[in-house]
Design a protein around this ligand. Sequence first.
Ligand SMILES: Nc1ncnc2c1ncn2[C@@H]1O[C@H](COP(=O)(O)OP(=O)(O)OP(=O)(O)O)[C@@H](O)[C@H]1O
Length: 243
Amino acid sequence: MISLENIQKHFTLGDGTVIKALNDINITINKGDFVTIIGSNGSGKSTLIKLISGIEQPTAGNILLNKRNITRQSVEERSAYVAQVFQNPESGVAPNLSILENFRLAFLRGKTKSLFNTINSSFKNHTRDKIAALNMGLENKLNMPIGMLSGGQRQALCLLMATLAPCELLLMDEPTAALDPVNAALVLETANNIVKQDGLTCLYITHNMQDAIKYGSRLIQLQNGTVIKDIDKTVTPITEVTW
Ligand SMILES: Nc1ncnc2c1ncn2[C@@H]1O[C@H](COP(=O)(O)OP(=O)(O)OP(=O)(O)O)[C@@H](O)[C@H]1O
């Protein structure tokens, strides 16, 4: 589905120092893959995700989506098929808008925002049902500003919102880093269910060894900007992960 061909990403600092964040990455991610990405600090995980979402552009190499070259496409253009959940639950929400209004904005991703004020009862009921499935009791707080919720509650909603509009690729960069273990597990289970139900392709960065073992159908390990492991977990189940 998505291929990274001979990807390099270098950052040049103010003093001329060049940081080689990614070196000659060649990966093909197939439709339906749930790829867990691990690696030590600075190994290039976030940079890889940013290249796929379009936040960063590669220094060299190409990114192909269904054989179409999207290397120079903007984040906005890619938002038609890429959904992203960030590490910080503050990101990706408008804190002063209500839960319902945030869901409306998410639903309108890639469409005209002039439809923002057309929240009808059907949209409200649909949103309530989706949120009720989280079992967090948030379906009764649709008019509450989303900024008043806890980090875990917000992150669970971010995940639902990210996948509200049709998308093919879900990118998650340490989505549970700011959460306690109970909320982290809830968010990951929600993600896992959405990925399976909607048949999404997913890239998920984690520093948590247990999560790296438990979630995903494939595991990629980066080190110093290169891929050092690429394991199909459906063929070779993993019981241990070392950084
Ligand atoms: N905008 C930037 N400017 C300069 N250097 C950068 C920039 N973004 C990333 N880097 C550098 O690129 C390398 C890879 O960074 P990246 O954030 O991708 O690593 P990571 O594996 O996600 O790390 P972590 O686990 O700590 O989040 C690091 O050396 C980092 O300092």
